[in-house]
Design a protein around this ligand. Structure first.
Ligand code: UD2
Length: 310
């Protein structure tokens, strides 16, 4: 039996992870989410889930929870999850994406709270727009937005707390995650959820740029299996891992695939690229592939599952 804390557990990745964790009938999950992007209906209806509608920026609340909660695993997924949003709201992003997480680490340290593993989700955004591809964990970083700066800083703080204060920690850098439960309603939502929503409702879709920008799209089911694997593997600690499919796909390619799967035509319009956007991104995934818990759902298969779920 394990007791998990999942910040951001009502969000896209957090709720998929919670569902996976609950498949072990002995696990319990405590969720903290302010529902700024997450949705109440994403939270599984189970007496093994405790939900606090709360911001992680409330230091006193989070400290009390960490002290009283006796968590085996601490999963830090709560975030302002969009690069473009962080360009609009740099300081608000900083308070959530870095400061709140640092404050939790400080509570764990000063109260000498013990746990099996703490996990933090960093981002491919830390690599910035350097032309070298694929992105490997050993490459120099170039964080170009507040989002990227905060993700990199927190990743380092987590690893430093691990090393300096002997805490078992692990981090990942997500590339572009897609799949069921991604909220399409915000202009800052993941591009595939917005595209899917547009196709479904016959609404126009805007490409920021010519659609030839590339991303490494990974199915959310693969992502949550990677997180669980990293949490439960004691040797996976004090390190950061790319989480991606290892394939470079353009938005235009993905749009074609979705049109094929839905039998609909995308009503596309074009605008200038967004401020802070990078052009190309894809990952080297060998480091995570050394573990056998890392599945790689092919894009066509993942998209088909996604289409079937909406
Ligand atoms: C993703 C992650 C972000 C971070 C980053 C790392 C999401 C939502 N964000 O940002 O958290 O980890 O990767 O590099 O997964 N686009 C359009 N039309 C739209 C929306 C987006 O053309 O309506 C374009 C956008 O300009 C960009 C691409 O699609 O070129 C991907 O955008 P995104 O917001 O889905 O993800 P990204 O890569 O900015």
């Amino acid at each position: 039996m394990s007791n998990y804390l999942v910040t951001g557990g009502a969000g896209f990745i957090g709720s998929n992870l919670t569902e996976l964790l609950l498949t072990d009938s002995k696990n319990t999950v405590t969720i903290v989410d302010d529902l700024s992007m997450g949705l109440r209906e994403n939270i599984p209806d189970s007496d093994r889930v405790t939900f606090y509608e709360h911001s992680i920026t409330d230091h006193d609340f989070m400290s009390r929870l960490l002290i009283d909660g006796k968590f085996d695993y601490i999963v830090l997924l709560a975030a302002i999850a969009s690069v473009a949003d962080s360009v609009e709201r740099p300081y608000a992003t900083h308070l959530v994406n870095q400061e709140a997480n640092l404050s939790m680490l400080e509570t764990l340290r000063t109260h000498q709270i013990t746990f099996k593993k703490l996990y933090f989700s960093s981002s491919a955004a830390v690599y910035g727009d350097s032309p070298a591809l694929p992105k490997a964990e050993t490459m120099a970083v170039k964080p170009l937005t507040q989002y990227a700066v905060d993700k990199f800083a927190t990743e380092r703080e987590v690893l430093n707390y691990g090393r300096l204060y002997n805490m078992p920690v692990v981090c990942t850098r997500f590339f572009n995650v897609y799949g069921p439960k991604q909220n399409p309603k915000s202009p800052y939502s993941g591009v595939l959820s917005i595209m899917m929503d547009a196709l479904k409702a016959d609404k126009p879709f805007t490409f920021f740029g010519d659609g030839e920008q590339t991303r490494d799209f990974i199915y959310v089911g693969d992502v949550v299996r990677a997180i669980r694997g990293l949490l439960e593997t004691p040797s996976a600690r004090d390190d950061v891992f790319n989480v991606a499919n290892g394939q470079q796909t353009s938005l235009n390619q993905v749009a074609k695939e979705l049109e094929k799967l839905t039998g609909k035509t995308l009503h596309a319009t074009y605008q200038e690229p967004r401020l802070g956007d990078i052009r190309d991104s894809y990952a080297q995934v060998d480091k995570l592939d050394q573990f056998d818990f890392m599945p790689h759902t092919p894009l066509a298969e993942g998209l088909a599952k996604y289409v079937a779920s909406v």
